[in-house]
Design a binder for this molecule. Sequence first.
Ligand code: CIR
Length: 255
Amino acid sequence: IRFTHAITRRPARSAVDGLRAVDIGAPDLPRLAADHADYVAALRATGAEVIELGPLAAYPDSLFVEDVALCLPQGAIVMRPGAPSRLGEAAEIAPHLRALYSTVARIEGPGFIEGGDILVTGHEILIGLSERTDEAGVDELRAIVEPWGHALRVVETPPGILHFKTDCSLLDEGTVLATERLAASGCFGGYDVIHTAPGEEASANAIRFNEVVLFPAGFPETQARLVAAGYDVRPIGNTEAAKLDGGMSCLSLRF
Ligand code: CIR
């Protein structure tokens, strides 16, 4: 939850063509850009250095940088996205990671793994298998990070949920925010869990970043639960990224 850096990528105009499970219309580009700018400002306000990468027209989903890498203290790992249209984003992020890290590993395949399925907590790395992340991808990641001292635990992302972290977030080393449907799978044994309020499942994807919690605006009951638990909540507009199934965690790499 303590970070000195974040990497973000500004949305391209092609974001209107981004992947979405249910089409409720294309994101409004000016609003998407404004929300993205608010997000970057909130990260910067904590004192972190935010590296803003330029838009990539060829990759409509490239604003969701979280999916293409995993940043750990020992090094960075370039992921291998399970969405064919996103595979090329991995090569785009790699040089930026090499500029920041002396160790940059890469998932070579044939497996797939996306950062949205990976929750790094105070004592382990939780990975949800999903439509985007398979056993072979996890095995390859394990071979890289176990020698670095990380324990991996593999769980299932419930069907119909894009990524494991679509439905959960880390609030502090031992506390998660999660939907009831995900917590019901039993994957958070040993953690304190704050549930999203009924009907506010779309607010489960938040991020703890230094002293603040970046949280999608428009989910008052869940926000009140976080405030009552003592968190400093910064609501950020997310209506447009949400049309592409994106949320707070997807928009940055944090390290
Ligand atoms: C996708 O389907 O890949 C994008 N439209 C959304 C990615 C969201 N990323 C995340 O949850 N980490």
